[in-house]
Design a protein around this ligand. Structure first.
Ligand SMILES: Cc1cc2nc3c(=O)[nH]c(=O)nc-3n(C[C@H](O)[C@H](O)[C@H](O)COP(=O)(O)OP(=O)(O)OC[C@H]3O[C@@H](n4cnc5c(N)ncnc54)[C@H](O)[C@@H]3O)c2cc1C
Length: 466
């Protein structure tokens, strides 16, 4: 039986970051990963999806009538070589996962490629998956870090298989389907639905709630829904899938507005959420305290069992890569004896739909319920010089601040490239910036970020450009 100080199960953004930091602190660290380091994010999530979104945007710009013609550019209709696109996407993924393995090695982490099973809070059995030998080894550790992540949730009446796919398959299609139903208008369904619509698929997006991005601010979804309709996406809101046939691709739908109907499609993408792997790999045997499906942790990532830690998607919402990485840093520091806590003032969330959407901190209604009197103001991209020169003037930025001291509590934005504003939004909240700080900061001109300054000026009652 081999021993180590820290043993981490799962090499996604949570696990690999914890492993690097722990080894850098001079602690003997083993990372067990059954597939590929980088986890969902690098292999079947954030990165391949953004690569596809970018390619679909470039392709669509050249076929959308008027979009380039407005700029006086006459482009011949493009052709799509999907095999080449998939190769490029895999190259991006390969470069990043290769980088993670190099960093792990450089830090001195021992990586075991195998499937881990927790026997108790100090002992893990690892089954070899490399040569499919089924060979098992046991490891004992002082600190066990659980980072097993999450996987796509299935619909009970429409399990994955046949024409029914999860985001994992949808990121690796070999042909562009003529028709696709996307069930779920959350960020994954929206990103992939928009991508396939831009690549030429007739997409029907089915959402049970009254707007896409349910749970996000409804005002933000309006420009997105407008754009989806322009792209030819059939948007079925307030609609549920009652049943479906994975062989024929027939779905029976029930809408609170239009009653029942049948839909026939070539493929069905189920994007109804993700399930944390919080009870897999023998973890359930530890009888840890839970918060619903998630493992309960304190602000240092400790579970209810001494020296068993949990990070990433298995510990709760928001199930996002940057939250997982930030939590991992804290856990590695805590194991190394430092007094760090995971207490971010804001965790940004981005949807790379068209136009992009970003949220950081509190929405107006959340701010009102926490602080009572708040001030909000929004400023539109249609008055922003940079947005007009990009021919992308749809959307707005909104700021939310306390009325008494003007401390900024939240930002919401929908518009061109607003994902890149996530950092400045979150910095201002973390640094306890006031509206006056943003309003008095000299913003480069012409940039999209000038909209932040205009929103802050408006919130102070001194708008400059309207
Ligand atoms: C299509 C898609 C797009 C996304 N886009 C974004 C985005 O734009 N931004 C964002 O922040 N997030 C995005 N996410 C979410 C993001 O990928 C996750 O939040 C993030 O990967 C969670 O990290 P994690 O380390 O907790 O888990 P994971 O990344 O899921 O990693 C867990 C790892 O544990 C391994 N594992 C599990 N069980 C065992 C076992 N028994 N033995 C050994 N290894 C095991 C798995 O193989 C996996 O590699 C996206 C997800 C999807 C599916």
């Amino acid at each position: 039986m081999q021993s180590t100080n820290v043993l981490i199960i799962g090499g996604g953004p949570a696990g690999y970051v914890a492993a690097i930091r722990s080894a850098q602190a001079g602690i003997a660290t083993v990372l067990v990963e059954r597939e590929k380091a980088g986890g969902t994010c690098l292999n079947i999530g954030c990165i391949p999806s953004k690569a596809l979104i970018h390619a679909a945007d470039e392709f669509h710009k050249r076929i959308e009538s008027g979009s380039l013609a407005n700029l006086g550019i006459v482009a011949s209709p493009p052709e799509l070589n999907l095999a080449r696109l998939n190769e490029w996407k895999s190259g991006v993924v390969g470069r990043l996962t290769g980088g993670v393995y190099a960093l792990l090695k450089q830090a001195g982490v021992r990586v075991i490629h195998g499937k881990a099973r927790v026997l108790d809070g100090k002992t893990v059995e690892v089954e070899d998956v490399e040569g499919q030998t089924g060979k098992r080894q046991r490891l004992v550790c002082q600190h066990l870090v659980l980072a097993t992540g999450s996987e796509p949730a299935e619909l009970p009446m429409l399990p994955f298989g046949g024409k029914v796919m999860s985001s994992t398959q949808a990121l690796n299609l070999e042909t562009i389907p003529k028709t696709m139903a996307v069930i779920g208008g959350g960020y994954i369904g929206l990103e992939l639905g928009t991508t396939y619509a831009k690549l030429g698929t007739q997409v029907t997006l089915i959402e049970a709630r009254e707007h896409v991005l349910p749970g996000w601010d409804p005002e933000l979804s309006k420009p997105v829904q407008k754009r989806l309709r322009e792209l030819g996406v059939e948007l079925l809101l307030n609609t549920r899938v009652e049943s479906g046939d994975a062989v024929t691709g027939e779905l029976k739908l029930k809408s609170t507005d239009d009653g029942e109907r049948t839909l026939q499609v070539e493929s069905v993408l189920v994007a109804v959420g993700r399930r944390p792997r919080s009870r897999d790999a023998g973890i359930e045997g530890l009888l840890l305290d839970m918060d619903g499906p998630f493992i309960r942790v304190d602000e240092q990532g400790r579970t209810s069992m001494r020296q068993v830690w949990a990070i990433g998607d298995i510990t709760g919402e928001p199930m996002l890569a940057h939250r997982a990485m930030a939590q991992a840093e804290v856990v590695a520091a805590a194991i190394a004896g430092q007094r760090r806590r995971f207490e971010p003032a804001a965790i940004p969330a981005v949807c790379y739909c068209d136009p992009e959407v970003v949220l950081s901190g509190l929405t107006p209604s959340e701010a009102k319920s926490q602080y009572g009197d708040v001030v909000t103001a929004s400023y539109t991209f249609s008055h922003n010089g940079r947005a007009l020169t990009l021919d992308a003037a749809e959307g707005f930025v909104r700021v939310v601040a306390k009325r008494d001291d003007h401390r900024i509590l939240g930002w919401q934005a929908v518009g061109p490239n607003v994902s890149e504003l996530a950092a400045v939004f979150t910095h201002s909240i973390e640094m306890c910036a006031r509206l006056e700080d943003v309003a008095a900061t000299v913003h480069a001109h012409p940039t999209l970020s000038e909209v932040l300054q205009e929103a802050a000026l408006k919130a102070l009652g001194t708008p400059l450009h309207g």
